[in-house]
Design a protein around this ligand. Sequence first.
Ligand SMILES: Cc1cc2nc3c(=O)[nH]c(=O)nc-3n(C[C@H](O)[C@H](O)[C@H](O)COP(=O)(O)OP(=O)(O)OC[C@H]3O[C@@H](n4cnc5c(N)ncnc54)[C@H](O)[C@@H]3O)c2cc1C
Length: 288
Amino acid sequence: MNSKLIDFSRFSSIKIGGSLDVFILEEASEYDKDYYLIGACNNTLIGTQPPPLMILSKKYDYIKIEENLLKIGAATPSGKIASFCKKHDIANFEFVSHLPGTLGGLVKMNAGLKEYEIFNNLISVSTCVASCSEEMPLGFDGVKKREEINFGYRFTDIQTPILKATFTLSHGFDRDKVELFKKMRLNQPNMPSAGSCFKNPVGDYAGRLIEAVGLKGYRVGGMEFSEMHANFLVNADNGSFDDAIFLIQEAQKRVYEQFGIWLENEIIVLDTRYMDKSSPLINPHVKA
Ligand SMILES: Cc1cc2nc3c(=O)[nH]c(=O)nc-3n(C[C@H](O)[C@H](O)[C@H](O)COP(=O)(O)OP(=O)(O)OC[C@H]3O[C@@H](n4cnc5c(N)ncnc54)[C@H](O)[C@@H]3O)c2cc1C
């Protein structure tokens, strides 16, 4: 079992976390469900008490056209996907040029910009189920078709590592769309962050609610709800995990008290104290 040391204060987009030994997943048969799989940590906040972590090996970093379909390994960075689609005049992936991450992270999160989401052109995913067969029906081969997956806004019910995904292939790379996505980014801060901190509640915007409770531009230690876009929790000056958690919980508390709305994290918090959904630390409906 190979591993590598990753300094998360450099690796993660929010620039928080210590140096940790991360197990490298080479073969599906090595999968151990006690390890938490990371992609490129663009949506992830690593805590001071993280679970054991694993990352896909480089052999899952590929993109190819086969049988008139687009097949992409789950460790492939979004920038590589965008360049490949531009070079081969492929349509519908223009939005990934402005979405940092790996294919696995994009699929797991059903990442997207407005109505453009990674699931729009997805046919199937291959997941790593070889060694977690207790939870899978007998004969399950790890391939899940789009219609077998429960997915929605920044959500899928995929519980095991994605190794690759297959997409429909349409021609016609659209440069105008790339420009459109670039413009959509103009109201977002250029500081280290993990993207949107909270999911937008139905019919409302997390940024509006954060601003309404007086937290836009509010700073604790080195972390801040951005002055430019309140739903971006930015690392303005060497911020820590504790600063970030304080602000996340403060926003949830204030918005809940004032509007009765519980802001659900879009950021994935990787710290054992905050990963149990029934914990009173993260769910106001549970009594301490
Ligand atoms: C500046 C900025 C802007 C952003 N804007 C957007 C946006 O507009 N829209 C949007 O949707 N997102 C946005 N994001 C978030 C981020 O781009 C996406 O969530 C992306 O999908 C994260 O990919 P990752 O590889 O970094 O995943 P990670 O952050 O490493 O992991 C995210 C989740 O995916 C899971 N995961 C990772 N790889 C796999 C795999 N192979 N199999 C199964 N599960 C896996 C992890 O377990 C974790 O639960 C933004 C982030 C930043 C930093």
